[in-house]
Design a protein around this ligand. Structure first.
Ligand code: KIV
Ligand code: ZN
Length: 514
């Protein structure tokens, strides 16, 4: 009889802790709805006590997203646990996930607690959570650097107080697969009671997926994962890798089932990428654009004869199809809306009008518009719709090999036109400087990435820019057949996000991260 491997997605909590990601409630809801379509068992929707914004997002997901159970993260403080429960309680199924650090380094430098205090915190926190729900997860943070005797003592205290899932976080990505597997086995053998073991592996050594698989082999029945491997620092185990590894190597994982509809993997990955502004690396396993591309003649020959010669995954299984031409300049609003729907893009109202206008502009410059182009422009429009403080009305750039690059912009904000000019090291630099001047922004540019959406000389340039201001880092995205315009759009979109982040943080209490 096959056992359930519980897929616990933490893209909206640990994934959102990646530098530069700051999702608003609507974006989180959109991702959560897609995670439900994908078929995850749990959505860890956030850390409700960390900010008012996070609380509201978790609550909105708990109230509106059906299918997966909804989890919220909480420290051991009793007030945090009550707040977490407030946020998740309206879900069809709700979980409270409590964590406390157990490694000597964290206990000494962060918690300033001794073993007895950590044990007491664990008992009181888990008991309080059990008072609210019978689905309580407990995590000894930095487990892989925690002395075994103490880890077992804390986990036993958690189970005795009512924890039903014991999550073993490799918080700093320090574990090596066989060692991590041994750790999971050790927990299973030494902690008495009824619970399931979970893995939570970070990718600092590039081993998060391997460690998660070793954990399953050693007895874990829940894996904590993020779409596209997002997460703190180098990220978490990637959902698509863990799921596809267990599917493709069903000979080794024959005893497990999960609820994932793998055909939704690609769509989920692209949605998360475009809402977070984190591009998917070309050679990313399972979802990268090169995952099914073959460059060498020998490989191409093999694949043309039989795809299985060099492909272990059928692209259709993960919902990956080649870019297809879907629309041209004569396509109307109806066909446009219909095509978006078929691509799984739910756009309506003002955002649909704005996306249609961008499509028309694009169709004048580019003969064939593919599904990938459409996704890119819709992504940009959805990232900026309704709530933009600044809108790019005009951009004019001049430059060449023998003249100083200059840019002039006209930006409107709440009915007012702002005009500015600047010189720069290149035309992109000049455009960004002119925008910074017009919007009086002193944000620092910390990341710039340009890629092409499809091939060809008229391909859309897709630019992602990261800006930092007062410790807050955000990203913005822009697309256009002209990379200078795409960069200007991305720059302005990041400034808009910073403005929104500032508005949010002035309306919420201090922000806390695990
Ligand atoms: O990495 C970690 O330790 C965490 C915990 C809060 C589970 O994310
Ligand atoms: Zn983590």
């Amino acid at each position: 009889m096959a056992e359930r491997l519980v897929i616990f997605d933490t893209t909206l909590r640990d994934g959102e802790q990646s530098p530069g990601i700051s999702l608003d409630v609507h974006e989180k809801l959109e991702i959560a709805e897609q995670l439900a379509r994908l078929g995850v068992d749990y959505i860890e929707a956030g850390f409700p006590v960390s900010s008012q914004g996070d609380f509201e997002a978790v609550q909105a997901i708990a109230r509106n997203v059906h299918g997966p159970a909804i989890a919220g993260l909480s420290r051991t403080h009793l007030a945090d646990i009550d707040r977490c429960w407030e946020a998740v309680k309206d879900a069809d199924l709700s979980r409270i996930h409590i964590f406390i650090s157990t490694s000597p380094s964290h206990m000494e430098h962060m918690l300033k607690m001794d073993r007895a205090q950590v044990l007491e915190e664990t008992r009181s926190a888990v008991s309080r959570a059990r008072h609210h729900t019978d689905d309580v997860e407990f995590s000894p943070q930095d487990a892989t650097r925690t002395p075994l005797d103490f880890m077992i003592e804390v986990l036993q205290a958690a189970v005795d107080s009512g924890a039903t899932t014991l999550n073993i976080p490799d918080t700093v990505g320090y574990g090596i697969p066989w060692e991590f597997g041994d750790l999971i086995r050790y927990v299973g053998t030494n902690v008495r009671g009824k619970y399931i073991i979970s893995t939570h592996c970070h990718n600092d050594l590039g081993l998060a997926t391997a460690n998660s698989l070793a954990g399953i082999q050693a007895g874990a029945r829940q894996v904590e994962v993020c779409v596209n491997g997002l997460g703190e620092r180098a990220g978490n185990a990637s959902l698509e890798e863990v799921v596809m590894a267990t599917k493709i190597r069903a000979d080794l994982f024959a005893n497990f089932t999960n609820g994932i509809n793998t055909e939704e993997i690609n769509r989920t990955s692209r949605l998360v990428s475009r809402l977070t502004g984190y591009p998917i690396q070309y050679n990313k396993a399972v979802v990268g654009r090169n995952a099914f591309a073959h460059e060498s003649g020998i490989h191409q020959h093999g694949v043309l004869s039989d795809r299985s010669t060099y492909e272990i995954i059928d692209a259709a299984t993960v919902g990956q199809k080649g870019s297809q031409i879907v629309l041209g300049k004569h396509s109307g609003r109806h066909a446009f809306a219909d095509t978006l729907k078929n691509l799984g893009l739910e756009v309506s109202g003002e955002a649909l009008n704005a996306a249609f206008n961008r499509f028309k502009e694009l169709a004048d410059r580019k003969v064939e518009i593919t599904d990938a182009d459409l996704e890119a422009i819709v992504a940009e429009e959805l990232g900026t719709a309704n709530v933009d403080s600044f809108i790019l009305d005009e951009l004019e750039v001049r430059g060449g090999t023998s003249s100083t690059p200059t840019a002039k912009v006209i930006i409107s904000t709440r009915g007012v036109k702002l005009e500015s000019e600047a010189e720069g090291d290149g035309m992109i630099d000049a455009a960004c400087k002119a925008i910074a001047k017009a919007t009086s922004s002193d944000a620092r540019l910390v990341g710039f990435n340009v890629s092409s959406v499809t091939g060809g000389i008229d391909a859309l340039g897709d630019v992602v820019i990261q800006l930092e201001q007062n410790g807050s880092r955000v990203s913005g995205r822009g697309v256009s057949t002209d990379v200078v315009e795409a960069s200007a759009r991305a720059y302005l979109s990041a400034i808009n996000r910073l403005t929104r982040a500032k508005e949010r943080s002035t309306s919420s209490a201090s922000e806390i991260t695990p």
